[in-house]
Design a protein around this ligand. Structure first.
Ligand code: HDD
Length: 726
């Protein structure tokens, strides 16, 4: 008689008696759901007698042995008949899907967007209409150039893609943490990406632009240089995904109920403030914790410290656009906030980690073409190329036009049309009618709705068919200069350092010279600094299609000017040894907690330490696994005996000297001196050091940590600092 299974009794065949649970030796810890025994290979086998927990094949057949394949005799050969083995290996062989051709490494989280200011005056989009309305979202952050398994702190642009599951369908803002892009025309995108990724003959370098091919391409592409300035700034080595801005880059349109259009640029402003790390730190973080950014986001959400961004819009009409000294349809340009202010209209809160990385983060499919009624495209040519590329790439990556049936991509509103079949179709309509027009009346399925259906904005277009770039796109240096002069001194230094670093990795001298020739059109001082740093003569300036304008600096372009106002959400590393003072430790952890920041103990052994009052404190990191680059600030509180011991330990000395070199605020006990001396920290302590004697000192220290770093130190510890322009 054929037997069937119900979901409730999955794994158990009707009428079958479950196998008896094996007996364990007396006193053994007996798990409730399974028993443990030793397999014939000495391995631990865990078996169950509970039908509901019984392992099955993909066809639902119960599995009795998942450790041994079917063999003729104990030593083989293995039998082809073993369908359980074959199915398991077959499935494993097909676990991977192609990684994204760019933005392969990323991390996603669920969230909610709440509207705080209605734009109903400008758009009929429901998601932007009603104050207080909440919309489910899924956000994926990414790097661009590296492969899926690359490290998080590559110097790279960060992707910031947001999917809104609105009541009118899915709306995606597929943006970056930089408001402009490298190229003006989508036909260049494959070349740009080929140039920045690993060189094809040798398959390195991974996840970095510091190589000949990238700089060869960039130095031959004047339009890239505004973006190059952003790329060489600390924007591309962010402290956390939580501390980056996001930009939709292109101009879009908002269209109201009467059909009137207003241009819009989208911005995400992090409530955590903008924060970055130093380059030398980034290099070391990649070794110490290649998952630094994903771990940081996951931990913040897991602990209930939900990161938030405000959604801002720059709204402008054609008249304003006509007055701008550049073309807003050119993706290599931004509109300074001083010219068109950013209006904050809602808040995005990331409040839930994924349950399954593959199902959600890997399979989420963003498309710039996903817009809802009330939102439309501008004429930006780069955007039109993207509208083709994203849909196309999903077919390759996810393997079926039915990728919208996957739960992470499925709209939360009804989906009704006559598209059908295809690989893995999950949403299969019932009934006889699969075409329109049809005359089946009420049984005829979905119909067009001219009232609420999407209508493209009827922009007038005309022109000769030609392959040409607009004359209005030709100024490549003015905004690059504006970006540079909007930076604080230390940020300008970092841009110079980054250019010198990257170009030092370029082998061909002519490519280095061509790169510096563009800098001459951006800032004479920067060009001189970089040429000096590379030990080369200053080349002639690159030929510019238009003279560089002196645009006014914009404070919004600086990270430091837009940093956090508290230490909240950041991490203090507290280095302890046996005999460390309990009172200091207590005062410090209380001050950190009051600031809503977090702390972690680093100790010589992972088992922890015993403080001077006998309290035992567990360590989160053993010193070798917890270098100071993993922390925003550090407290070094050894006992006298502990400090003498650490002074002989290379990892401990690195901990201190890196914290010093990376301009971190450093709290310390008086006893730490022995370690500082051995780590060759100059005896005169700057104002970034905080000797801790009592609880009040701890509060002062945490207050100081609200600033990102003690920047004046950098000028003293970095040889290149002397070449910073006065
Ligand atoms: Fe792109 C992925 C952002 C230009 C073609 N892009 C991708 C992602 C982000 C961006 C954030 C990752 C989405 C995710 O997390 O899954 N891309 C941008 C921005 C651009 C841009 C801000 C310029 C303003 N992109 C661009 C052009 C093209 C593409 C000009 C092609 C003509 N981008 C792709 C792609 C990807 C992609 C190949 C790879 C994986 C994917 O789409 O889903 O289609």
């Amino acid at each position: 008689m054929a037997t069937t299974k119900t979901p409730q009794s999955a794994g158990k065949l009707k009428g079958e008696t479950p196998a008896k649970a094996p007996t364990l030796p007396a006193g053994a810890d007996m798990p409730t759901s399974y028993a443990e025994q030793q397999g014939s290979g000495g391995e631990t086998r865990q078996t169950t007698s509970d039908p509901a927990l019984t392992m099955t094949t993909q066809q639902g057949i119960s599995v009795a042995d998942d450790q041994n394949s079917l063999k003729a005799g104990p030593r083989g050969p293995t039998l082809l008949e073993d369908f359980i083995l074959r199915e398991k290996i077959f499935h494993f062989d097909h676990e991977r899907i192609p990684e994204r051709v760019v933005h392969a490494r990323g991390y996603g989280a669920h969230g909610v967007f709440e509207l705080t200011d209605s734009l109903s005056e400008y758009t009929s989009a429901d998601v932007l209409g009603t104050v207080g309305q909440q919309t489910e979202t899924f956000v994926r952050f990414s790097t661009v150039a590296g492969n899926k398994g690359s490290f998080d702190l590559a110097r790279d642009v960060r992707g910031f893609a947001v999917k809104f599951y609105t009541r009118q369908g899915n709306w995606d803002i597929v943006g970056n943490n930089i408001p402009v892009f490298f190229i003006q025309d989508p036909i260049k995108f494959p070349d740009l990406v080929h140039a920045v990724k690993q060189e094809p003959d040798r398959a390195f370098p991974q996840a970095q632009s510091a190589h000949d091919n990238y700089w060869d391409y960039a130095s031959l592409s004047p339009e890239a240089w505004h973006m190059v300035m952003w790329q060489m700034s600390d924007r591309t080595i962010p402290r956390s995904f939580r501390t980056i801005e996001g930009f939709g880059v292109h101009s879009f349109r908002l269209v109201d109920k009467a059909g009137k259009s207003t241009f819009v640029k989208f911005h995400w402003k992090p409530r955590q403030g903008l924060q970055s790390v130093l380059w030398n730190e980034a290099v070391k973080i990649n070794g110490a914790d290649p998952d630094f950014h994903r771990r940081d986001l996951w931990q913040a959400i897991e602990s209930g410290d939900f990161p938030q961004w405000d959604l801002g819009v720059q709204l402008f009409d054609q008249e304003t656009a006509d007055k701008l000294p550049f073309d807003h349809l050119d993706s290599t340009k931004l509109i300074p906030e001083e010219d068109v202010p950013v209006r904050l209209i809602g808040t995005l809160t990331l409040n839930r980690n994924v349950d399954n990385f593959f199902a959600e983060t890997e399979q989420v499919a963003y498309c710039t073409q996903n817009i809802v009624p009330g939102i439309d495209f501008s004429d930006d040519p780069l955007l039109h190329g993207r509208n083709f590329s994203y849909l196309d790439t999903q077919l390759k990556r996810l393997g079926s036009p039915n990728f919208t049936h996957l739960p992470i991509n499925a709209p939360r509103c009804p989906v009704m049309n006559f598209q059908q079949d295809g690989h893995m179709a999950m949403r299969n309509p019932k009934g006889r009618v699969n075409y329109e027009p049809n005359s089946w009346g009420a049984d005829g399925g979905p119909r067009e709705n001219p009232e609420i259906g999407f209508k493209s904005f009827p922009a007038e277009v005309q022109g000769t068919k030609q392959r040409i770039r607009s004359e209005t796109f030709a100024d490549h240096y003015s905004q690059a200069r504006q970006f540079y002069i909007s930076q604080q001194k230390i940020e300008q230094k970092h841009i110079g350092d980054a250019l010198v670093f990257e170009l030092s990795k370029v082998e061909r001298v002519d490519i280095r010279a061509r790169a510096v020739s563009h800098l001459r059109n951006i800032d004479a001082g920067l060009a001189a600094t970089v040429a000096d740093g590379l030990g080369m003569d200053l080349p002639d300036a690159a030929k510019a299609a238009k003279p560089t304008l002196d645009l006014a600096p914009s404070a919004k372009l600086s990270i430091i000017a837009n940093g956090p106002d508290s230490f909240a959400g950041r991490k203090l590393g507290i280095f302890l040894t046996n005999g460390s003072k309990a009172a200091l430790f207590k005062a410090l952890t209380e001050a950190v907690t009051a600031e809503r920041a977090i702390w972690e103990v680093i100790a010589p052994k992972i088992g922890g330490v015993t403080l001077d009052d006998g309290t035992k404190v567990a360590a989160k990191q053993k010193i070798d696994g917890g270098p100071s680059v993993l922390y925003d600030a550090v407290a070094i509180l050894p006992s006298a005996e502990g400090a003498a011991m650490l002074a002989k330990d290379a990892a401990s000395k690195d901990f201190v000297s890196d914290a010093f070199g990376h301009c971190k605020f450093i709290a310390h006990s008086a006893e730490a001196k022995a370690l500082f001396d051995e780590a060759r920290i100059p005896p005169e302590r700057d104002e970034g050091f905080f000797p801790l004697a009592d609880g009040k000192d701890a509060e002062g220290f945490i207050k100081a940590c609200r600033d990102l770093r003690f920047w004046p130190r950098e000028m003293k510890v970095d040889l290149d600092a002397k070449s910073v322009r006065k």
